[in-house]
Design a protein around this ligand. Structure first.
Ligand code: IMP
Ligand code: MG
Length: 483
């Protein structure tokens, strides 16, 4: 027996013994992760299960990985090595170069080069996976992958054993409690990602907004030590939200200006100490304007009358749209161009843009529900494309990109229909307010953080028919809102 084989049989011995012990499942799996990593001479191992909706993976056991890496965020099942879900073993030689890596930066920080993942099968279905991480780039041998596949099978048996045990235990407890009169109400099952309470109602509202746009979030998942004395942490900062897919922390503050100064100081310190951490502060007025956009909050439901000033005149818009159309005509020569717009804001821009494009093209439209409309809890496509975009060169045309949440959602949707290419052309780019970095290929104008109307853009349904783009009088919106 060579060394490798010997270390594999030692690991099997250990894993099988623990699996058949009365230890809690958590310990069994952590021990399996450790034995597997050691046998493969790897730095780390994680064991993940699909959630019941089969949308994302939860890490249920791990070895050798930092807390930070483990918290990098929920792994989307569809994005995270989907071949594993179809029962295949997947090996990635260089995670930094492989586009299948969902969190390449996190992997790099952790010093991970190669990954091998084996599916955990149970009764003909894949219920999870086990991953091995190595520091040096590694080509996994047949013996390596056979070993991992067997460990995955032992884990599957352990999980089933645990499930049966839980069922038997629950049945037993049921008979016991039936005899006893149950007085207290049972605890509601709560997902680890959903806090039972928020520090402030605005946080709850913000969480609802993120849910609506299907943006994953964690509430206060991490505290950053800011100052230490004699080795003890004397100051900490815990941002309100972490958006794992965007690797972005968000601190929401609805505090008075005087208290914000203190918060800003802490933020500066955090950025100094943790330069790799990406954090954004949303202050009270940012937040109110975000809600007002959807007709909510203090500024919501009000009618503002009067323009403050014109940002772009009709002529300026025409000139710019013409220039964009020229570039599009040049770039899409010989391609199968289809323009896709989101109703209704885009109608003026789409109409002018297409008239200036000198190529054969098709147009199609989508409509999506708006946050706050009909009390929907998640964004929905209320009107999908009329025609197939498969193998076509799609240019997504937008009136304005603000937080990026709408576009992010729509691009995901379009990409799933296999277009030959997918690019974005937006008339306005309110870049300072971006929460999600969406790639923009053609931009008309970059605009400051102000609410604009006209040329298709509305405020609560009005002002679309203005032939120019302007800014509403802010004091009018504010004062009306107070009443
Ligand atoms: P996002 O999802 O935050 O990027 O918002 C994009 C959508 O919000 C746009 O398609 C518009 O319908 C709307 N929107 C964002 N900013 C403005 C604005 O300043 N005026 C009018 N509508 C806006
Ligand atoms: Mg729009």
């Amino acid at each position: 027996m060579d060394n490798r084989e010997n270390s594999y049989s030692q690991a099997f011995k250990q894993i099988a013994k623990t699996a058949n012990s009365p230890l809690p499942l958590k310990n069994v799996l952590n021990s399996a992760a450790k034995s597997a990593a050691k046998a493969l001479k790897a730095v780390g191992c994680s064991i993940m299960l699909l959630n019941p909706q089969r949308e994302h993976f939860d890490i249920i056991a791990a070895y050798g990985l930092s807390d930070l890496y483990l918290r990098k965020g929920a792994l989307k099942a569809s994005k995270s090595l989907p071949e594993v879900l179809s029962g295949k073993l997947v090996a990635i030689f260089d995670v930094s170069q492989d586009e299948r890596t969902q969190y390449p930066e996190a992997a790099e920080m952790e010093g991970i080069s190669s990954v091998v993942a084996a599916p955990i099968p149970q009764r003909g279905e894949i219920i999870g996976e086990i991953r091995i991480y190595t520091r040096e780039p590694r080509k996994f041998s047949q013996a390596d992958t056979d070993f991992l596949t067997t460990v995955a099978n032992i884990i599957a048996v352990s999980l089933e054993k645990n499930e049966l045990y839980q069922i038997l235990k629950a049945e037993h407890e049921e008979t016991v409690t039936k005899r006893r009169k149950l007085t207290e109400t049972p605890e509601l099952p709560s997902s680890s990602l959903r806090p039972s309470s928020f520090g402030h109602p605005s946080e709850q509202e913000f969480a609802k907004l993120l849910d609506f746009y299907r943006i994953e979030w964690l509430y206060e998942p991490r505290s950053f030590p800011l100052a230490r004395q004699n080795g003890k942490v004397v100051e900490m900062f815990t941002p309100d939200f972490y958006l794992p897919e965007l690797d972005l922390y968000i601190e929401l503050t609805t505090l008075k200006q005087s208290l914000i100064t203190e918060k800003n100081r802490k933020l500066r310190r955090l950025r100094d100490l943790y330069p790799e951490v990406n954090i954004k502060l949303l202050n009270k007025s940012d937040y109110l304007r975000l809600l007002a956009k959807y007709g909510y909050g203090r500024l919501g439901g009000t009618k503002a009358k009067g323009m403050d000033r014109v940002l772009f005149s009709h002529t300026q818009i025409q000139r710019r749209v013409n220039a964009l159309a020229k570039r599009v005509s040049h770039d899409y020569t010989g391609k199968k161009l289809v323009l896709v717009g989101i109703l209704k804001g885009v109608m003026c821009f789409m109409s002018d843009l297409m008239q200036h494009i000198t190529l054969p093209l098709n147009v199609d439209f989508m409509a999506i529900s708006y946050y706050g409309s009909n009390n929907e809890s998640a964004v929905k496509i209320t009107k999908d494309l009329d025609t197939s975009i498969a193998e076509l060169d799609v240019l997504m045309v937008e009136d304005i990109v603000d937080t990026g949440m709408t576009l992010n959602y729509v691009l995901d949707h379009l990409a799933s229909h296999n277009p030959a290419s997918l690019r974005v052309c937006t008339l306005l780019d309110k870049r300072v307010r971006r929460l999600i970095d969406v790639p923009l290929d053609y931009i008309g104008f970059e605009i400051p953080d102000e609410f604009v109307v006209g040329y298709g853009l509305d405020y609560l349904g009005e002002y679309r028919n203005l032939p120019f783009i302007g800014v509403l009088k802010p004091e009018l919106i504010e004062e009306k809102g107070k009443t």
